[in-house]
Design a protein around this ligand. Structure first.
Ligand code: ZN
Length: 416
């Protein structure tokens, strides 16, 4: 009657609890079952309990996944990634090591616009092939769902191409993808100095086509005074909302509060980055119920020391999310364990808070809190067996990929 039993887990880290995002001290309660086990049928969890209780229900037809005394966690939900692009920016990484700043590189045509030029030229097949390679990196870190943004096309044709690649990746199974349209990621070369004309293109051509093709669930805008300031971002996000898309914002990465205030004003689902957000911005997010998505990998990779203020956010009762921001410029890492390490060392989040932010809170931020993000009966059996005996070792042994086996809907997807 059961397809699969997962047994011999030193800690079954379930995150069972309230059917809503976790805040405050709830983020420290991982609902661990010591020597726990789990029964799965048709891709969904049927029972979670101590091992002896589960073993009584196993029949000769039940396959056994023996965790070998390792820990078992819900698959990480990475709620902010840019996983479809051509080429790398290893050349710019080298220039930054030699002293150039991100802003200087962008001013001479590098940065996002250089990836846009390459991505426009790439075929759909080539983009699919590179994104499949990155998919393995997510799985290897124990991630089972990612939010995936477009944003390296910046034309109707190229943005659609990227979103079709994401749709194809989603159809292939293994990793789950939640697509987000980020046409307002940057103003492309041919619209330099004509931001209004580009916003018109996003609102009147791209968004209707994306919505009609059901190519995205969310719309994101890079909201920053010198990229898309609030008065340009607002009409784009309002148009997206009118078409039924949820809203997420790149907010306050470099400049305080304008992005957070706009996210709150529009009732966005998330405000992402928030490295520069001050007390007024945080209070607005709290009042509007916006979830902060924190991206310490990009702070680290840009060589900055200004990490987002996770502690005040948690103390304020915000349902904090952690994500990789995987992208070729500022955060070329798909590793959620690395993000957990950065969150503990630089943002003083406890390992438990980090795990809650990277699983159940992230799942709610993607509208999937009822399906994924914790190990509870009825949810998808999306989980990872990590090569640790204690969950605190995940951020502690940093710089490695600890996943030993990863399952999506009860099927082993890593190792393949
Ligand atoms: Zn981003």
């Amino acid at each position: 009657m059961f397809d699969l039993a997962v047994v011999n887990c030193s800690q079954l880290v379930t995150l069972a609890g309230s059917q809503r995002p976790r805040t405050g001290l709830e983020m420290r309660d991982l609902a661990i079952v010591p020597d726990g086990a789990m029964l799965i049928r048709e891709g969904r969890i049927q029972a979670v309990a101590p091992r002896a209780e589960i073993e009584r229900q196993i029949t000769p037809a039940t396959r056994i996944a023996d965790a070998g005394g390792r820990i078992v966690l819900p698959g990480f939900v990475d709620a902010h990634t840019h996983p479809v692009f051509a080429g790398t920016r290893a050349d710019e990484f080298e220039q930054r090591a030699e002293g150039a700043t991100y802003a200087e590189i962008a001013a001479r045509g590098g940065g996002i616009r250089s990836t846009v030029r390459r991505t426009r030229q790439a075929t759909e097949a080539a983009l699919l092939e590179s994104a499949r390679r990155y998919r393995q990196w997510f799985l290897r870190g124990g991630t089972t769902t990612i939010e995936a943004k477009s944003g390296y096309g910046l034309s109707l044709e190229a943005e659609s191409k990227i979103l079709r690649v994401i749709r194809q990746l989603a159809a292939e199974g293994s990793l789950r993808y939640v697509p987000t349209f980020l046409g307002a990621h940057e103003v492309p070369d041919e619209y330099r100095g004509r931001i209004d004309a580009y916003c018109d293109l996003v609102i009147h051509e791209m968004l209707p086509a994306v919505a009609a093709g059901k190519l995205a669930e969310y719309c994101d805008v890079f909201c920053e005074p010198n990229v898309f300031p609030p008065d340009k971002a607002r009409p784009i996000l309002r148009a997206a909302e009118a078409l039924g898309l949820g809203l997420r914002l790149h907010a306050d990465q470099f400049t305080a509060d304008a992005g957070a205030l706009l996210a709150a004003e529009l009732g966005a689902v998330t405000a992402d980055h928030l490295e520069a957000t001050g007390p007024a911005g945080l209070a607005a997010l709290k009042a509007a119920g916006v979830q902060p998505v924190l991206l310490p990998g990009s702070v680290y990779n840009l060589g900055s020391s200004r990490y987002p203020a996770a502690r005040p956010m948690i103390e304020l009762g915000l349902a904090v999310v952690l994500a990789t921001d995987f992208n070729p410029g500022s955060s070329p890492s798909a590793s959620m364990p690395m993000v957990l390490s950065l969150a503990s060392t630089h943002m003083k989040m406890t390992p438990a808070e980090g795990i809650a932010a990277a699983t159940i809170n992230a799942a709610w931020s993607l509208g999937r809190g009822h399906e994924i993000g914790s190990l509870e009966p009825g949810k998808f059996a999306d989980f990872a067996i990590h090569d640790c005996g204690d969950y605190r070792e995940l951020p502690y042994f940093f710089g490695r990929d600890p996943a030993w086996a990863v399952y999506v809907a009860g099927q082993c997807v890593y190792p393949a």
